[in-house]
Each structure stands twice: as structure tokens, then as C-alpha cells.
Design a protein around this ligand. Structure first.
Ligand code: SF4
Length: 198
């Protein structure tokens, strides 16, 4: 694997502030031909420590919603818009998102998923290239232009939103269940409709 397929970036110093704050580059995890890709914003403290996206409490919420939808974490690919932890967990700057965009585009081209689920405002706005009211639009499916490709995207709230606002739990788990169904990877009870039928 190498940086050209976006799966494993081993060295990169394009974002000076993030190079300063990171312990390591956190690449995506999961199958290289996954039907579903979950996209977050950036590694946080736990991800920076462990070298894997969405671990810690947000990861637990994601894992639980996946289980409820009949999926295991190992069935899906999980990655971030930027691969290095921003200082004090601030949002990545526009320039940093742009610096890392090529890796994300290469990763999505390599994996070629049925559906990308954007978890939270930053990844949703990054892929759709417009302002997104994520709580209101959660569960909607849209087409995004990513590099030379058109990609189906399902908008979702961030799993951490469910930790401080219980009313977001159903919003999040409904979005994940819908994503599993649309990508054709839901369990028997969740149905088997394909995106092409959507
Ligand atoms: S965030 Fe992406 S572009 Fe910036 S230094 Fe890390 S790997 Fe490179």
C-alpha cells in the first residue's frame, strides 16, 4: 500500500500545525472494497494515541449503531477528512482540509463504496461543498462530486452528539440503519435494497 491509493499515508508534512500536534498519521481502517465508508472530521486524542479512527466513546456509539444495523465494525471502512490531530481538537482549517483532500479522494476511488456516511458538520460540508444544517438534514442522501466521480453520500450527526443530547440517539441510529439498507449490507430484518433501487 502507498499514498497514491489513499489507503496508507506514511509520511506527510503539508500541515505544519497538525504535524506539530499529532503523534502519528491516522489512516482509515476496514476493507479496501467496503460498500460503506464512514467519514469523520479528524483524529481526536484517543485516535491519535491508538492510530485508528473512531475509538473511545464516539467509537463505542458507532459500534453499537452498526451492531443494531446488523454490521460489525470490521465490515465497514472508517476514515477522516484530515489524518492528523488538530491542536486542542479544534476543527481542521479549510487549508488543512484541502491539503488532505487528495488522500481522501484517492481512498474513495480505491474503495469505490456504494455509500459514504458523513458524520457531523465538517465532513458533510467538506464533501457537499455547501453549508449543512446537519441535525435537520441527517438521513438525507445526496450526490457529491469527489474528484472525477459522483458519490452517493448520506448525512449523519456525529456519534458524539448523542453523548450530550439524548434526542440525537435515534437520529444517529436511524441514519446508520438507513445507510446499511441503502448499501445493501443490512441484515435480513433490515432488508436488502440496493442503492440502484433508491
Ligand atoms: S492532515 Fe493530511 S495533508 Fe495534513 S499533514 Fe496530515 S496527512 Fe498531511
Amino acid at each position: 500500500m502507498n499514498a497514491t491509493d489513499g489507503l496508507c499515508v506514511e509520511s506527510c508534512e503539508r500541515c505544519p500545525a497538525l504535524v506539530e500536534s499529532r503523534s502519528r498519521i491516522v489512516n482509515g481502517v476496514g476493507p479496501e472494497d467496503a460498500d460503506l465508508v464512514f467519514l469523520g472530521e479528524a483524529p481526536g486524542e484517543k485516535e491519535d494515541e491508538g492510530g485508528e479512527p473512531f475509538v473511545g466513546r464516539s467509537g463505542d456509539v458507532l459500534d453499537e449503531a452498526l451492531r443494531d444495523a446488523g454490521l460489525a465494525r470490521s465490515d465497514v471502512r472508517i476514515t477522516n477528512c484530515v489524518r492528523c490531530r488538530p491542536p486542542e481538537n479544534r476543527d481542521p482549517h479549510k487549508e488543512e482540509l484541502g491539503n488532505c483532500r487528495g488522500y481522501l479522494e484517492a481512498e474513495l476511488e480505491t474503495v469505490d463504496p456504494e455509500l459514504v456516511v458523513t458524520m457531523g458538520k465538517v465532513p458533510s460540508e467538506h464533501l457537499l461543498d455547501r453549508g449543512v444544517a446537519v441535525t435537520k438534514e441527517a438521513g438525507e442522501v445526496q450526490d457529491a462530486r469527489i474528484g472525477d466521480r459522483s458519490q452517493r453520500v448520506l448525512l449523519s450527526v456525529h456519534p458524539a452528539a448523542t453523548l450530550y443530547d439524548a434526542s440525537q440517539r435515534d437520529t444517529f441510529s436511524d441514519a446508520i440503519a438507513r445507510a446499511a439498507e441503502l448499501a445493501g449490507v443490512a441484515d435480513e430484518e433490515g432488508g436488502q435494497s440496493r442503492l440502484g433501487d433508491y
